[in-house]
Write a protein that binds this ligand. Structure first.
Ligand code: C2E
Ligand code: MG
Ligand code: MG
Ligand code: MG
Length: 289
């Protein structure tokens, strides 16, 4: 990478470098083809609302159905796509597909679910992004307030003023904005001051620390409680991700967290398994409309 090159001042030639670069290039070529061949699929992970005791929303998480390698998780191709304009194409496709799916469930007779979609910095910072999202909402028929976009602090590293402006315009359309992976970056608090948001997603690392066996647990819990209180005093909803154990669930409930997401409730699921799982989770209770 150019950045690594700059940092080290000069590049040592090592055979594994060129091999890695080659694999990467091959992956990029295949990924470009994957979009055309419709090998990308969206999985959906339920988010459980503690107030209504219902699944209120699902997060769209992209996967790549590779003909030889099977299902590839986004961690293995989204970062590569983010280094080029590939992420723009993938991102637009996920937006269109997830909004279409949300309306398809609704047309099949289920109540509307809010849909949460991850957006890369490169996508958000494109001048056309706001009008593109508006057009997708219009053509899918999904009302704007049923869409939430998850952004990470990457948007603030590139162009904080423009990012804030884009976010304001999206919110004016009625779209909700959540800050993803909160607490992992260097200046998460500064972003809370600069951005108008609707929700904070607390990073899995904090949730995992709840029941770890170490003397940092008291620290982690205190920090978690403080983050939740801070978010609430700013009028933001708090979503905890990566909830895996009943201990984590009860700790987060006692701390006043609003929404829980994690394997304890449901894994990310293919579209046709979403509603059967939601109905099971809600224990046969009819979902509120
Ligand atoms: P994220 O947005 O922070 O998504 C949460 C990740 O945590 C997902 O991984 C999800 O499957 C995983 N997860 C959920 N519950 C649990 C749990 O209880 N335990 C553990 N250990 N993990 C859990 P996934 O699907 O592999 O996605 C990884 C990342 O890839 C996402 O992190 C997001 O940053 C990115 N990503 C996924 N889809 C898209 C997309 O459509 N566009 C963009 N730009 N990024 C995407
Ligand atoms: Mg996310
Ligand atoms: Mg996250
Ligand atoms: Mg993440």
């Amino acid at each position: 990478r150019a950045k690594e090159f700059k940092r080290s001042g000069f590049l040592h030639y090592r055979p594994e470098h060129s091999r890695r670069a080659h694999t990467r290039l091959a992956l990029e070529v295949q990924l470009r083809r994957a979009i055309e061949r419709q090998q990308l699929i969206v999985y959906y992970q339920p988010q459980y609302d503690l107030v209504t005791e219902q699944v209120a929303s699902v997060e769209a998480l992209v996967r790549w159905h590779h003909p030889q390698r099977g299902l590839i998780p986004p961690g293995e191709f989204v970062p590569i796509a983010e280094e080029s304009d590939l992420i723009i194409e993938i991102g637009s496709w996920v937006l269109r597909e997830a909004c279409r799916q949300a309306m398809a469930w609704h047309k099949a007779g289920y109540p509307l679910l809010r849909i949460s979609i991850n957006v890369s910095a490169r996508q958000l910072l494109r001048p056309e992004f706001v009008s593109e999202v508006a057009a997708i909402l219009h053509s899918s028929g999904l009302p704007a307030n049923w869409l939430e976009l998850e952004i990470t602090e990457g948007v603030m590293l590139d162009d904080p003023i423009y990012a804030a402006r884009q976010i304001d315009q999206l919110r004016q359309l009625g779209i909700r904005i959540a800050l993803d992976d909160f607490g992992t970056g260097y200046s998460s608090l500064a972003y809370l001051r600069q951005l108008r948001l609707d929700a904070l997603k607390i990073d899995q690392a904090f949730v995992r620390a709840i029941d770890e066996q170490s003397n940092m647990v008291t620290n982690s819990r205190a920090l978690l409680r403080a983050i939740i209180n801070l978010a609430h005093s700013l009028g933001l909803a708090v979503i905890a991700e990566g909830v895996e154990t009943p201990e984590q669930r009860s700790a987060l409930i006692s701390m006043g967290c609003d929404i829980l997401q994690g394997y304890l409730f449901a894994h990310p699921l293919p579209a046709d398994e979403v509603w059967p799982t939601i109905l099971r989770l809600q224990n046969g209770r009819a979902p509120a409309d």
